[in-house]
Design a protein around this ligand. Structure first.
Ligand SMILES: Cc1cc2nc3c(=O)[nH]c(=O)nc-3n(C[C@H](O)[C@H](O)[C@H](O)COP(=O)(O)OP(=O)(O)OC[C@H]3O[C@@H](n4cnc5c(N)ncnc54)[C@H](O)[C@@H]3O)c2cc1C
Length: 421
């Protein structure tokens, strides 16, 4: 029987999940990643996965890796809170932004805070010979026999029955497939980093203490641990700050060896992921190329200035514990809906087609859901020996139906809460 060859461009959360799903169903898979190695650049800290992402991981990963993922994730209260700058509660709701894609209504809603580097280490396990690093896609073209040929900047080339662009917001695959697709600057800049937590406090489950490098400890406000994510907002058009606590039941460095000794996981302690955001046209925010050039201390100083003296002292106290070496700036983008296009041997998933503001924490959830949807439709086509292009068409119709409304909801919420365009 013909083994279908699939090339995946990009080893992000979506591409790696797809690689697992398709390999398990007998496809010949190769992932091409631009970065020279997995730790080449900061990939972020916390990633919150709810039902769409969890169900996607569960259906694509080998069971032991899915279980390991849950064992190494934190499970803070599954609530999202919004407060004003004086910490008055503006909103507090359970994390249930979208229905369970399995259609089940009685399963309890699950939300986990994963340490993103740990999740990536788990996703990379078993794909050592599948992921090729230092391979930046230059171009692809359809061949007369219906297959697709990819070329990489280092001169490599590869052919496949299907090429999947999982190459993120600046997707080179999308640029050639859908030149009409638009990705807009959402007019929002973020400074993202970690507040390390004192191990003793995290283990005891008490309100939490942070230790500065000099060893002095300071009690952190308990409200920051009450929700999986808390946004403190200055109001529309003003800066905001978000806090996502990651307190492990058992740290990955311990849970990993106990659960799956073969999977190498780097040790990581408890922390709070913290991001300060401001509109790009805020007078204190420099143009993005300049922002990108700022070091950690300068970014922390800028964040403190953005918050201003009239913000609650708890906010400043938390920011004082930010680890300057963990800070990096980000520009938020949002995709415009793309009208239906003709299906072929090239498709897209994740941020490559539906980049969105992080305000609803749905980008990775949706990328992983895409990977599961595409795996499912392709596996059905392979089993029934129907053309892969029919499966691609079915996937694209479904994916655009669920993903673009989430992009729109993220944009609406981003406008209300965090001053995006
Ligand atoms: C601050 C912040 C917090 C977030 N928090 C959450 C959250 O809690 N929950 C959630 O669901 N979402 C969250 N998101 C969104 C989430 O990070 C993204 O939606 C998700 O990472 C998209 O995954 P992806 O696999 O589509 O793309 P990416 O993770 O961007 O991966 C793309 C990969 O493709 C590679 N690549 C790019 N170009 C090429 C090329 N030409 N050739 C080869 N390789 C290439 C890149 O190097 C990269 O490895 C957050 C985003 C931000 C900015």
């Amino acid at each position: 029987m013909h083994q279908h060859r699939v090339i995946i461009i990009g080893a992000g959360l979506g591409g790696l999940t797809l690689a697992h799903g398709l390999r398990a169903r007998g496809f010949d898979v190769a992932v091409y990643e631009r970065d020279p190695h997995p730790d080449h650049r900061p990939q972020g800290y916390r990633v919150q996965l709810d039902e769409p992402g969890l169900a996607g991981l569960e259906s694509c990963l080998p069971e032991h890796l899915f279980r390991l993922g849950l064992a190494t994730a934190a499970s803070p209260p599954a609530r999202v809170s919004v407060r004003d700058r004086h910490l008055g509660v503006l909103g507090d709701r359970p994390t249930a932004p979208s229905p369970d894609p399995s259609g089940s209504t009685d399963r309890p809603h699950r939300s986990y805070a994963f340490n993103r580097p740990t999740l990536r280490q788990i996703l990379l396990f078993g794909l050592e010979s599948t992921v090729r690093y230092g391979a930046e896609l230059l171009s692809w073209e359809r061949r007369q026999d219906g297959t697709v040929a990819a070329r990489f900047t280092d001169g490599r080339s590869a052919n496949a029955d299907l090429l999947v662009g999982a190459d993120g917001v600046g997707s080179a695959v999308r640029a050639l497939l859908l030149p009409q697709a638009r990705v807009e600057d959402a007019g929002l800049r973020l400074i993202y980093g970690r507040i390390p937590l004192h191990p003793r406090a995290a283990r005891a489950g008490e309100a939490g203490r942070a230790a500065e490098a000099d060893g002095s400890a300071d009690v952190l406000p308990p409200w920051v641990f009450d929700s999986i994510f808390t946004v403190v907002t200055g109001g529309p058009g003003s800066p905001h700050v978000g806090f996502g606590p990651v307190r492990f039941d058992r740290p990955p460095g311990e849970a990993g060896p106990a659960h799956s000794p073969a999977v190498p996981l780097a040790p990581v302690g408890d922390y709070i992921a913290c991001m300060v955001g401001a509109p790009a046209d805020h007078p204190d925010v420099p143009p993005f190329p300049e922002l990108r050039g700022l070091g950690g201390p300068a970014l922390r100083e800028l964040a403190g200035r953005l918050m201003g003296d009239d913000w609650h002292p708890d906010v400043h106290r938390l920011l004082a514990h930010w680890d300057p070496s963990s800070l990096f700036p980000l520009r938020v983008s949002t995709a415009r809906p793309v009208p239906p296009w003709e299906a072929g041997p090239v498709t897209l998933l994740g941020d490559a087609i539906h980049a969105m503001s992080p305000v609803l924490a749905m980008g990775a959830n949706t990328a992983i859901r895409d990977a599961a949807e595409l795996t499912r439709t392709l596996a059905v086509a392979a089993d029934s020996r129907t053309p892969l292009v029919d499966a691609v068409r079915a996937y694209e119709i479904r994916m655009t139906e669920y993903a673009f409304p989430i992009v729109a909801a993220s944009q609406r919420t981003g406008r209300q809460r965090i001053g995006q365009k």
